[in-house]
Write a protein that binds this ligand. Sequence first.
Ligand code: ADP
Length: 653
Amino acid sequence: MSEPSPPASSGAPAAQALFDSPLAHAVAAAGVGLWEVDLETGREWWNDTTLAMYGLPAGSVAPTRAEWRERFVHPDDLARLRATAEEFERTGGAYAAEYRIRRAGSGEVRWLVSRSAFTLGQRGRVLGVTLDVTDRHSAERRARQAEAQLGHAARQVGFGFGLREPGGERGEWSPELKQLWGLAPDAPTPQRDEIFAFIVPGDRERVRQRLYTPIEPGGLSEYSFDVLRVDDGQRRTLTTRAYTEYDDEGRPGRTFFAVIDTTELLAREREIAELLDVQQMAAEAAGIGTWDRDALTGVDRWSPECARILGEPEDAPPLSREAYLALVHDDDRAHVRSVWARADGGDVPLDFEFRFVRRDGQVRWVRSRGRVELDASGRVVRRRGVIFDITERRQAEAERHARELAERSNAAKTEFLSRMSHELRTPLNAVLGFAQLMTLDSADPLSPRQRERLGHVQTAGWHLLALVNDVLDLARIEARKAPMQPEAVALSAAVTECIAMIAPKAGEAGVAVHWEGPALEPHEVWADPTRLRQLLLNLLSNGVKYNRRGGWVRVGAQRRDGMAVVSVRDSGLGIAAARVDQLFQPFSRAGREASGIEGTGLGLALVKLLVEQMGGAVEVDSTEGAGSEFRLVLPLPPGLGGLPVPVTPWPLE
Ligand code: ADP
């Protein structure tokens, strides 16, 4: 894989800006390799010229310091290089070394000279240059050339050097350093106090303090400040790093300092930091956790959100891969392992869902998306990505699935019921028809006993037909194959009609049925007229059936919360409180199975379905032994839209 270089988020090279800049081309043209190393992690960034010196393809990931020593540096030069590097890291002075390397591929040995000029920031990063000086015949010429090129590179890259004698006010600045301040390269070096005029006022006091504070033996003084350049007045940020030589008796000697123009670098770092901040905020807000595992350095990171999703304390260190895997749900572990293995084996993006068992036992569905970076030899360099919690989504999916299943099986049940009822009705009609024929046939009269028995057949047949019709009706209404056609129905007329229809039965049972409503409001309800009559008849017939001789049934009406309420009260048997919940279930007779009162247990189920499909509801109150009240709550007709104006205009609600 040829990832050009890791992105800034992981501590990208400060030199990256230089590597990418047009200046870098000038440096490359001069044959100068640029590199940067993070002393803490040993991670390196090389520009293409450096890579070419080592026979590595442009854009490839640089080896770490350890790898560099192991793979490239000539064994005879290792000890010397290490000593020089240690010295440099300790004192921070200028680093210069000449050594041999073996090129990748060809194995050809080359002589290189590296100089490192400067360490950036507080993070122990070294920026340096490398030249190939293999051509030994002209070693001298090359060395001079190297000096010149280094100077050239210093100018291009924007760094300068200087020194000051102990106690001296005037130091010696390299031409590049003078240029950094906007002075001519051959201008006299300014005195210590003169430079303050060009430093922005806000930074002056701080710089003065640093400048006049002696630097401890072995210590380094590093700081940044803004200057207004002498020639063009442009504001630039300079970063300086200085150390003081000490002699054997501990007396301070010369102070050396290197200065680099870090305006763009710092601005870019700031920009990146801000960008990252914003991204982090967005990720947190969206509930996205980020994670990053650096295989080279072994440094793992995760965002607080990531820890939160996995149920770990926000400040807990990231879980190791093993600890993480151990918390993956048993049934998903093999899947996670195989996805990881595939991603590590090539650049297949990571994207998978699995269950994670938090330490408190809670199971969460998590989606993980990420990328694995490999180096040229296919080794894993880094893994990083995001995770987010998808438990709610998964639950919603599961619920939807269950609902669909239930709906499908319900539809199948309804379909079965309606077919069955249909198939039953035809032979049943034949049975009833022939039974009637037999009772009417004067040519072949029945004996009184036969007549009585046939009467039983007919009663049972009519009962069965009523049942089949109700089942068919119920199935059709449930499947919404009998759409309601609501309109404004005059309540008084509908109720009176139904009372007339029930009158013979009520008379037989000795129950008085009244309509209390002629003068009551509302006068109209919004309902399917046929279905409304069916509703009322069902309730009235129950009121009569489950009553006692001399009892009554009263129908009333009132208005409530913008709805019409039609009540059917009776002085009957009432219903046991424990049975009330079963009333509206099909085939439930609420304990009256063996009462001798005829019924199928479908009436109230139909009432509930019908009234709900008309946008209403049914309510019940009952006291066992005292009576019941069933209430139909129905919509009122809309007052507008060309509908007949109600008899009495109702107040606006
Ligand atoms: P059915 O009357 O055919 O049994 P319904 O669905 O109409 O079926 O009623 C279900 C049950 O509710 C009845 O069996 C009866 O036990 C009870 N019930 C219904 N209406 C009344 C009422 N007005 N008074 C007492 N019990 C009633």
